[in-house]
Design a protein around this ligand. Structure first.
Ligand code: F6R
Length: 363
C-alpha cells in the first residue's frame, strides 16, 4: 500500500495535489449549494462566524479568519473546542457555528457543537473529511473534503483540503455580501484549480529540504515565525515538528519577538521563517534582523518574489511561485516536509508518534 513511500505521512504529503483536485472537483458550478441545500438562506441570515476545532483543524480555522474578514467582511471568532465547551460565553443566535474536523469524531469538537446548540445557536456547518461521521449527522450544513483516508497520525492532506473548503466558503460569503465581482471570482477559482500543480512544484523542493533536515535535526528547540495569514502556518509547522520529531517548537507572530521570545535566541536556536512576499514582508525582514543580531540561525521559506538571499546564518529555500492569498496552502507543504525529514533523521516512529492517537474520541 505504501508503494514507493517509506511512511504513510510521506505518502499523504505527496497525495496533496490529488486530494486538492478531488476536493475542488465540484467548483465548476460554484454556488452556495456546495455547502448544502439550505446554505444560501442560512448564510444570508448570519452576521458572524464562530469556528470551533482542535489541533491542526484549529489552525485551519485561524487561517480562515484572515480570509473571511478580509475578503467577505464578516466577523470571525476561532476557539479551541475544549476551551469553548466549558466557558461561559455570550451566545449569538445569528452566528454560524462552523466546526472543522478531519475525522468528524473528535470528542471535544462534538461537545463544543452541542454546547453551542444548547445555547440557542442553530445555524451549524461542518467542514469534515468523513461523510458518515457524527459531526456531519449533527450539523445542519456540511462540506465534505475529499482528502481520502488519512492514516498518519500527523494531519497533512486533511489540513490543505480544509483550507480549500474554507477558501470556497470565503468566496461564497464574499459573493453574497457583494464584495466580489464576477471577474475576481473567476480569478480566484482559476487559482484554486491551479493549486494541485503549484503544490507539486513545492513537493519538488524535497531534496533541498532533506539537505536542511540533517543539521536541523540536531537542535532540541526551534522557533517558527510568520505574520498575518502565515502566522497560523507557523503554528502548524511547529506542531508538525514537535509531534513527529519531538523537537520542542514554538510559533510566534514575528511582531511578538521583542515582547519575550527574543530572550531565547542564541546560536543554538534555529528560527524557521515563513516569508512569502506580502504586505508584511518588510516588517518580517526587520524581525529577522533581530534574530540574526543575536546569532540565531534563520531557515527561511521565501518565494519567487521575496528578495532574501542565503548568506552565513541565513538559509533560504525559495518556493517557485508567489501565491498571494492562497500562499498558506503552499508554505505549509514545505513545513510538513521539514518536520517529516527532521523526524526521519532522528529515527522516530513518524506514523505513530508516542502518546498520540489518530482520532481523539475521548476527552
Ligand atoms: C495534528 C493532528 C491533530 C488533529 C486534532 C483534531 O497533526 O492531527 O491536532 O488535527 O486532533 O482532529 P480532527 O480534525 O479529526 O477533529
Amino acid at each position: 500500500e505504501l508503494g514507493l513511500y517509506q511512511h504513510y505521512m510521506q505518502k499523504e504529503i505527496f497525495e496533496q495535489p490529488q486530494a486538492l483536485a478531488d476536493t475542488l472537483q465540484g467548483i465548476e458550478d460554484f454556488s452556495p449549494r456546495i455547502f448544502g441545500e439550505n446554505a444560501q438562506a442560512v448564510f444570508e441570515t448570519v452576521d458572524s462566524i464562530l469556528i470551533l476545532a482542535c489541533g491542526t483543524s484549529y489552525y485551519a480555522g485561524l487561517t480562515a479568519k484572515y480570509w473571511l474578514e478580509a475578503k467577505a467582511g464578516i466577523p470571525v471568532n476561532v476557539e479551541i473546542a475544549s476551551e469553548y465547551r466549558y466557558r461561559s460565553s455570550v451566545p449569538n443566535p445569528n452566528t454560524l457555528v462552523l466546526t472543522i474536523t478531519q475525522s468528524g469524531e473528535t470528542a471535544d469538537t462534538l461537545a463544543a457543537l452541542r454546547h453551542a446548540k444548547e445555547q440557542g445557536m442553530a445555524h451549524t456547518l461542518t467542514i469534515c473529511n468523513v461523510a458518515t461521521s457524527a459531526m456531519v449527522r449533527e450539523c445542519e450544513l456540511a462540506y465534505i473534503t475529499r482528502a481520502g483516508v488519512e492514516i498518519g497520525v500527523a494531519s497533512t492532506k486533511a489540513f490543505t483540503t480544509q483550507l480549500a473548503g474554507l477558501f470556497l466558503l470565503t468566496l461564497v460569503f464574499a459573493r453574497l455580501r457583494g464584495r466580489l465581482n464576477p471577474q475576481q471570482e473567476a480569478d480566484y477559482l482559476r487559482e484554486l484549480r491551479h493549486l494541485p500543480a503549484a503544490i507539486s512544484a513545492v513537493l519538488a523542493l524535497e531534496p533541498q529540504i532533506i539537505a536542511w533536515a540533517e543539521s536541523f535535526s540536531r537542535y532540541e528547540n526551534a522557533l517558527f515565525l510568520g505574520r498575518g495569514l502565515h502566522y497560523p502556518i507557523a503554528l502548524e509547522g511547529a506542531l508538525k515538528l514537535k509531534e513527529i520529531s519531538y523537537i520542542h517548537a514554538e510559533a510566534y507572530p514575528a511582531g511578538e519577538l521583542k515582547h519575550g521570545p527574543l530572550a531565547l535566541v542564541t546560536e543554538q536556536m534555529p528560527v524557521v521563517t515563513v516569508a512569502p512576499r506580502d504586505d508584511l514582508l518588510d516588517k518580517l525582514k526587520s524581525n529577522m534582523q533581530e534574530v540574526r543580531a543575536r546569532g540565531g540561525q534563520l531557515f527561511v521559506f521565501a518565494d519567487s518574489d521575496t528578495h532574501i538571499h542565503s548568506e552565513p546564518g541565513i538559509h533560504v529555500i525559495r518556493l517557485p511561485e508567489n501565491y498571494g492569498v492562497l500562499s498558506p496552502l503552499l508554505h505549509v507543504v514545505a513545513l510538513q516536509l521539514l518536520a517529516y525529514h527532521a523526524a526521519l533523521v532522528r529515527g522516530t516512529d513518524v506514523d505513530k508518534p508516542r502518546n498520540l492517537a489518530k482520532s481523539v474520541t475521548v476527552e
